[in-house]
Design a protein around this ligand. Structure first.
Ligand code: ADQ
Length: 212
Protein backbone atom coordinates (compact mmCIF):
# COMPACT_ATOMS: atom_id res chain seq x y z
CA UNK A 1 0.00 0.00 0.00
CA UNK A 2 1.41 3.40 -0.94
CA UNK A 3 2.39 5.66 1.93
CA UNK A 4 0.95 9.12 1.23
CA UNK A 5 2.01 12.07 3.39
CA UNK A 6 2.92 15.78 3.33
CA UNK A 7 -0.23 16.61 1.37
CA UNK A 8 -0.75 20.30 0.61
CA UNK A 9 -3.08 21.94 -1.89
CA UNK A 10 -2.38 25.04 -3.98
CA UNK A 11 -4.12 26.69 -6.91
CA UNK A 12 -3.45 25.08 -10.28
CA UNK A 13 -1.81 27.35 -12.80
CA UNK A 14 -0.53 26.64 -16.30
CA UNK A 15 -1.32 22.93 -16.16
CA UNK A 16 -0.14 20.74 -19.04
CA UNK A 17 -3.05 18.44 -18.37
CA UNK A 18 -6.16 20.54 -17.82
CA UNK A 19 -7.37 24.05 -18.53
CA UNK A 20 -10.18 25.45 -16.37
CA UNK A 21 -12.52 27.71 -18.36
CA UNK A 22 -15.64 29.74 -17.70
CA UNK A 23 -17.95 29.43 -20.69
CA UNK A 24 -20.46 32.20 -21.29
CA UNK A 25 -23.25 31.39 -23.70
CA UNK A 26 -26.84 32.03 -24.66
CA UNK A 27 -29.27 29.11 -24.73
CA UNK A 28 -32.71 29.75 -26.22
CA UNK A 29 -32.23 33.43 -25.50
CA UNK A 30 -31.15 32.88 -21.86
CA UNK A 31 -27.67 34.03 -20.82
CA UNK A 32 -25.80 31.29 -18.96
CA UNK A 33 -22.38 30.40 -17.65
CA UNK A 34 -20.73 27.03 -17.04
CA UNK A 35 -17.35 26.24 -15.49
CA UNK A 36 -15.53 23.40 -17.24
CA UNK A 37 -12.11 22.10 -18.15
CA UNK A 38 -10.57 21.17 -21.43
CA UNK A 39 -8.56 17.98 -21.00
CA UNK A 40 -6.77 15.42 -23.14
CA UNK A 41 -8.88 12.58 -24.53
CA UNK A 42 -8.00 9.16 -23.16
CA UNK A 43 -7.80 5.50 -24.05
CA UNK A 44 -8.50 2.60 -21.70
CA UNK A 45 -8.06 -1.10 -22.36
CA UNK A 46 -9.66 -4.13 -20.74
CA UNK A 47 -7.03 -6.88 -20.80
CA UNK A 48 -7.79 -10.58 -20.59
CA UNK A 49 -4.99 -13.12 -20.24
CA UNK A 50 -6.22 -16.24 -22.06
CA UNK A 51 -3.37 -18.43 -20.77
CA UNK A 52 -4.74 -18.22 -17.23
CA UNK A 53 -8.23 -16.77 -17.83
CA UNK A 54 -7.58 -13.69 -15.74
CA UNK A 55 -8.68 -10.10 -16.20
CA UNK A 56 -5.88 -7.59 -15.80
CA UNK A 57 -6.34 -4.23 -14.11
CA UNK A 58 -4.06 -1.66 -12.51
CA UNK A 59 -4.06 -0.29 -8.99
CA UNK A 60 -2.74 3.19 -8.27
CA UNK A 61 -3.08 6.23 -6.05
CA UNK A 62 -5.25 8.89 -7.67
CA UNK A 63 -4.86 12.37 -6.14
CA UNK A 64 -8.14 13.57 -7.67
CA UNK A 65 -10.06 10.80 -5.92
CA UNK A 66 -8.15 11.32 -2.69
CA UNK A 67 -8.84 15.06 -2.55
CA UNK A 68 -12.54 14.43 -3.16
CA UNK A 69 -12.57 11.97 -0.22
CA UNK A 70 -11.01 14.17 2.47
CA UNK A 71 -11.53 17.44 4.31
CA UNK A 72 -8.67 19.89 4.03
CA UNK A 73 -7.66 22.35 6.77
CA UNK A 74 -5.65 25.56 6.72
CA UNK A 75 -2.44 25.30 8.79
CA UNK A 76 -0.12 28.31 8.92
CA UNK A 77 -1.89 29.70 5.86
CA UNK A 78 -1.41 26.48 3.88
CA UNK A 79 -4.22 24.13 2.84
CA UNK A 80 -3.28 20.69 4.10
CA UNK A 81 -4.70 17.23 4.67
CA UNK A 82 -4.20 15.31 7.92
CA UNK A 83 -3.01 11.97 6.58
CA UNK A 84 -3.45 10.29 9.97
CA UNK A 85 -7.15 11.03 9.64
CA UNK A 86 -7.29 10.50 5.90
CA UNK A 87 -4.90 7.73 4.80
CA UNK A 88 -3.72 7.40 1.21
CA UNK A 89 -5.83 4.25 0.83
CA UNK A 90 -8.79 6.60 0.27
CA UNK A 91 -7.27 7.49 -3.10
CA UNK A 92 -6.34 4.00 -4.30
CA UNK A 93 -8.26 2.72 -7.31
CA UNK A 94 -8.59 -0.39 -9.38
CA UNK A 95 -8.79 0.71 -13.02
CA UNK A 96 -8.40 -0.34 -16.59
CA UNK A 97 -4.96 0.10 -18.08
CA UNK A 98 -5.26 3.60 -19.55
CA UNK A 99 -3.50 6.66 -20.81
CA UNK A 100 -4.05 10.18 -22.04
CA UNK A 101 -3.83 10.95 -25.74
CA UNK A 102 -1.16 13.59 -25.69
CA UNK A 103 0.82 12.36 -28.70
CA UNK A 104 0.06 12.68 -32.37
CA UNK A 105 -0.30 8.93 -32.94
CA UNK A 106 -3.20 6.59 -33.80
CA UNK A 107 -5.18 5.66 -30.69
CA UNK A 108 -4.45 1.88 -30.95
CA UNK A 109 -0.72 2.63 -30.93
CA UNK A 110 -1.08 4.69 -27.76
CA UNK A 111 -3.11 1.84 -26.26
CA UNK A 112 -0.36 -0.65 -27.18
CA UNK A 113 2.26 1.54 -25.49
CA UNK A 114 0.17 1.90 -22.32
CA UNK A 115 -0.31 -1.88 -22.12
CA UNK A 116 3.46 -2.35 -22.27
CA UNK A 117 4.27 0.46 -19.81
CA UNK A 118 1.60 -0.31 -17.24
CA UNK A 119 1.12 -4.08 -17.53
CA UNK A 120 4.26 -5.39 -19.24
CA UNK A 121 2.62 -7.10 -22.24
CA UNK A 122 3.82 -6.65 -25.83
CA UNK A 123 0.49 -6.90 -27.65
CA UNK A 124 0.20 -7.06 -31.45
CA UNK A 125 -1.93 -4.18 -32.76
CA UNK A 126 -4.35 -6.65 -34.35
CA UNK A 127 -5.26 -7.94 -30.87
CA UNK A 128 -6.78 -4.56 -30.01
CA UNK A 129 -10.53 -4.64 -30.45
CA UNK A 130 -12.51 -1.42 -30.19
CA UNK A 131 -15.41 -1.57 -27.74
CA UNK A 132 -16.69 1.98 -28.19
CA UNK A 133 -15.79 5.64 -27.80
CA UNK A 134 -17.79 7.65 -25.30
CA UNK A 135 -17.54 10.80 -23.19
CA UNK A 136 -15.48 10.79 -20.01
CA UNK A 137 -17.65 13.26 -18.10
CA UNK A 138 -20.46 15.74 -18.56
CA UNK A 139 -20.15 18.25 -15.71
CA UNK A 140 -16.58 19.49 -15.58
CA UNK A 141 -14.69 17.48 -18.19
CA UNK A 142 -16.19 16.29 -21.46
CA UNK A 143 -13.31 14.61 -23.26
CA UNK A 144 -13.51 11.38 -25.23
CA UNK A 145 -12.68 7.98 -23.79
CA UNK A 146 -11.74 5.33 -26.37
CA UNK A 147 -12.39 1.89 -24.90
CA UNK A 148 -10.59 -1.19 -26.21
CA UNK A 149 -10.37 -4.89 -25.36
CA UNK A 150 -7.24 -6.97 -25.86
CA UNK A 151 -6.46 -10.61 -25.26
CA UNK A 152 -2.95 -11.35 -24.10
CA UNK A 153 -1.03 -14.53 -23.27
CA UNK A 154 1.78 -15.24 -20.83
CA UNK A 155 4.11 -15.43 -23.86
CA UNK A 156 3.50 -11.72 -24.50
CA UNK A 157 4.70 -10.74 -21.04
CA UNK A 158 8.03 -9.01 -21.57
CA UNK A 159 8.27 -6.83 -18.46
CA UNK A 160 6.84 -6.15 -15.03
CA UNK A 161 4.74 -3.14 -16.05
CA UNK A 162 4.20 -0.64 -13.28
CA UNK A 163 4.32 2.52 -15.37
CA UNK A 164 7.11 4.82 -16.46
CA UNK A 165 9.59 5.56 -13.67
CA UNK A 166 10.58 8.70 -15.61
CA UNK A 167 7.02 9.99 -15.14
CA UNK A 168 6.95 8.95 -11.50
CA UNK A 169 4.25 6.37 -12.12
CA UNK A 170 3.67 3.85 -9.31
CA UNK A 171 1.25 1.30 -10.62
CA UNK A 172 0.65 -2.31 -9.62
CA UNK A 173 -0.80 -4.90 -11.92
CA UNK A 174 -3.83 -6.70 -10.52
CA UNK A 175 -5.07 -10.02 -11.88
CA UNK A 176 -8.57 -11.25 -11.16
CA UNK A 177 -10.55 -14.31 -12.12
CA UNK A 178 -13.66 -13.60 -14.17
CA UNK A 179 -15.79 -14.19 -11.06
CA UNK A 180 -13.71 -11.70 -9.07
CA UNK A 181 -14.10 -9.19 -11.94
CA UNK A 182 -17.86 -9.74 -11.90
CA UNK A 183 -17.93 -8.97 -8.15
CA UNK A 184 -15.68 -5.93 -8.62
CA UNK A 185 -18.39 -4.22 -10.69
CA UNK A 186 -20.50 -3.73 -7.56
CA UNK A 187 -17.84 -3.70 -4.85
CA UNK A 188 -18.32 -0.25 -3.34
CA UNK A 189 -15.35 -0.74 -1.02
CA UNK A 190 -13.10 -0.21 -4.07
CA UNK A 191 -12.69 3.12 -5.92
CA UNK A 192 -13.63 2.36 -9.52
CA UNK A 193 -15.04 4.35 -12.45
CA UNK A 194 -17.88 3.67 -14.86
CA UNK A 195 -15.51 2.83 -17.76
CA UNK A 196 -14.21 -0.14 -15.80
CA UNK A 197 -17.68 -1.32 -14.81
CA UNK A 198 -18.96 -0.97 -18.37
CA UNK A 199 -15.94 -2.80 -19.84
CA UNK A 200 -16.47 -5.78 -17.50
CA UNK A 201 -20.17 -5.86 -18.44
CA UNK A 202 -19.18 -5.78 -22.12
CA UNK A 203 -16.73 -8.64 -21.53
CA UNK A 204 -19.33 -10.78 -19.78
CA UNK A 205 -21.87 -10.09 -22.54
CA UNK A 206 -19.57 -10.49 -25.55
CA UNK A 207 -16.60 -12.67 -24.64
CA UNK A 208 -17.46 -14.75 -21.58
CA UNK A 209 -20.92 -15.73 -22.77
CA UNK A 210 -22.19 -18.98 -21.21
CA UNK A 211 -19.13 -19.14 -18.95
CA UNK A 212 -17.01 -19.36 -22.16
N1 ADQ B 1 -3.89 15.70 -14.18
C1 ADQ B 1 -2.58 15.39 -14.09
N2 ADQ B 1 -1.78 16.02 -13.22
C2 ADQ B 1 -0.47 15.73 -13.12
N3 ADQ B 1 0.13 14.82 -13.87
C3 ADQ B 1 -0.61 14.13 -14.76
C4 ADQ B 1 -2.00 14.39 -14.93
N4 ADQ B 1 -2.47 13.56 -15.91
C5 ADQ B 1 -1.42 12.84 -16.33
N5 ADQ B 1 -0.31 13.18 -15.64
C6 ADQ B 1 1.06 12.65 -15.82
O1 ADQ B 1 1.12 11.98 -17.06
C7 ADQ B 1 1.51 10.64 -16.80
C8 ADQ B 1 0.93 9.75 -17.85
O2 ADQ B 1 -0.44 9.59 -17.66
P1 ADQ B 1 -1.12 8.42 -18.47
O3 ADQ B 1 -1.12 8.75 -19.92
O4 ADQ B 1 -0.55 7.11 -18.06
O5 ADQ B 1 -2.61 8.50 -18.00
P2 ADQ B 1 -3.22 7.96 -16.66
O6 ADQ B 1 -2.94 6.49 -16.49
O7 ADQ B 1 -2.85 8.88 -15.55
O8 ADQ B 1 -4.79 8.07 -16.94
C9 ADQ B 1 -5.33 9.22 -17.60
O9 ADQ B 1 -6.06 8.80 -18.72
C10 ADQ B 1 -7.20 7.98 -18.44
C11 ADQ B 1 -7.87 7.65 -19.74
O10 ADQ B 1 -8.47 8.81 -20.25
C12 ADQ B 1 -8.17 8.71 -17.52
O11 ADQ B 1 -9.20 7.80 -17.18
C13 ADQ B 1 -7.45 9.20 -16.29
O12 ADQ B 1 -8.33 9.99 -15.52
C14 ADQ B 1 -6.23 10.02 -16.67
O13 ADQ B 1 -5.49 10.39 -15.53
C15 ADQ B 1 1.07 10.37 -15.36
O14 ADQ B 1 1.77 9.34 -14.75
C16 ADQ B 1 1.44 11.69 -14.73
O15 ADQ B 1 2.81 11.76 -14.51
Amino acid sequence: MDNINNVTVTSCENSKFLKPKRIHYQQNGVNKIWDAMTVHDGVAILLFNTTRNVLIFVRQFRPAIYINSVKTEIKDGIETVDTNLYPGSLGMTIELCAGIIDKNKPVPEIAKEEILEECGYEVPLENLRKITTCRNGVGTTGGLLHLYYAEVTDDMKVGAGGGLITEGEMISVVEMSVDEGRKLMFDETVNRVHGLIFAIYWFLDNIWKNGN
